[in-house]
Design a protein around this ligand. Structure first.
Ligand code: HEC
Length: 118
């Protein structure tokens, strides 16, 4: 019983930490996205002007992966190693080449920012 109590306190602690992490808004990584060349092929949304570039709008990426907690890692891997065919339904026919100029950590920061866009 005593053991059980300790475990649940622990679990509660872990849950509130995760809750805090999720509540914290991702940092604005647009400057990094500009520096790493992402914005040559992507626009944030239709309102940013210039229309859709070769890649999907970042707000559409956010919509697609909304509520998927595993998404940051998976999508960041695609940013690093390239992606094709996932956005055909949005009229995107060209693949995204590899982006060796971003580190894994940068790719994850960029994707956390993208997935938090509204
Ligand atoms: C040469 C053009 C180009 C560049 C540069 C580029 N992208 Fe892309 N990106 C694309 C295209 C095209 C797609 C759609 C690929 C597909 O259909 O699977 C895409 C898809 C994506 C997706 C969605 C992937 C998914 O899993 O659904 C994300 C997120 C993304 N890009 C982020 C980035 C970031 C961050 C950078 C900068 C490091 C970047 N892109 C640089 C063209 C580009």
């Amino acid at each position: 019983m005593r053991q059980l109590k300790r475990q649940s306190v622990c679990l509660l602690g872990a849950l509130s930490v995760t809750g805090m992490l999720q509540a914290a808004p991702a940092a604005d990584e647009e400057p990094l996205a500009l520096k790493r060349g992402c914005m040559n092929c992507h626009a944030i949304d239709a309102a940013s002007g210039g229309g859709r570039k070769v890649g999907p709008y970042f707000v559409d990426v956010a919509k697609r992966y909304a509520g998927q907690s595993q998404a940051v890692e998976t999508v960041a891997e695609r940013v690093q190693s390239g992606s094709k065919g996932l956005w055909l339904n949005q009229g995107v026919r060209v693949p995204m080449p590899r982006n060796p100029q971003v580190t894994k950590e940068e790719a994850q920061r960029l994707v956390a920012w993208i997935l938090g866009l509204k």
